[in-house]
Unconditional design. Structure first.
Length: 204
């Protein structure tokens, strides 16, 4: 029997995100294991041929790739009904052609940058313990829920009771993300870790 699994058609559907400017394009292929957030063309040109091509379209403002989906954030002066089908066809053809989505080494490079950025925050032993617990809670409870909405959340820093997180993908600039942040994430972290006083967000 011929092995034709690789030839299975690329299925693609769209999902709303809580951010009206972002739409999630979900495929039946693993596009990139992990999260790759491209807010500007420069980073895309270095690391993602897919994002680079999407940025050539005048209505694309941001591209976020995670597992089997691509979240596209559009420029505000365009309506989804005018561009959604074009984007859908574009992404489907791109994936079908088997072209490169995100280059190898991207995650390592981002980790390196993160480490350099994070190095300026030295934590004492007690703080390091709290940071580890915060990170674990975000990874376990918050990230999966945020990914469902086409976005991502990363721990950024801990400073005197304040947790700073980075919002990416559909969550960046989304009006409801601040509500989610305050009601859900802050509430949970305060409950689980008494040292936490508040959660602040930076947009990725």
């Amino acid at each position: 029997m011929e092995h034709t699994a690789t030839k299975s058609p690329v299925m693609l559907y769209t999902e709303q995100t809580p951010n009206p400017e972002s739409l999630k394009f979900v495929t039946n292929r693993m596009l990139y294991k992990g999260t790759a957030d491209f807010r500007e063309e420069e980073l895309a040109q270095t690391w993602s041929p897919l994002a680079t091509e999407l940025f050539t379209l005048p209505y694309v403002k941001g591209v976020y790739v995670c597992n089997n989906f691509v979240t596209v954030t559009k420029e505000m002066n365009y309506a989804w009904e005018d561009i959604m089908l074009k984007l859908k066809a574009f992404i489907k053809e791109y994936v079908e052609a088997g072209k490169e989505i995100v280059k190898d080494g991207f995650a390592e490079e981002m980790d390196k940058l993160e480490a350099e950025r994070g190095a300026s925050y030295e934590y004492s032993e007690d703080e390091a313990e709290i940071v580890k617990r915060i990170k674990d809670l975000i990874e376990t409870y918050v990230k999966p829920a945020v990914e469902m909405d086409g976005g991502n959340i990363e721990f950024k820093k801990w400073d005197k009771g304040v947790v700073t997180v980075l919002l990416q993908g559909a969550c960046s600039g989304c009006p409801s993300s601040t509500v989610t942040l305050k009601a859900g994430i802050e509430g949970m972290l305060k409950r689980m870790i008494p040292e936490v006083q508040s959660v602040e967000a930076e947009m990725g």
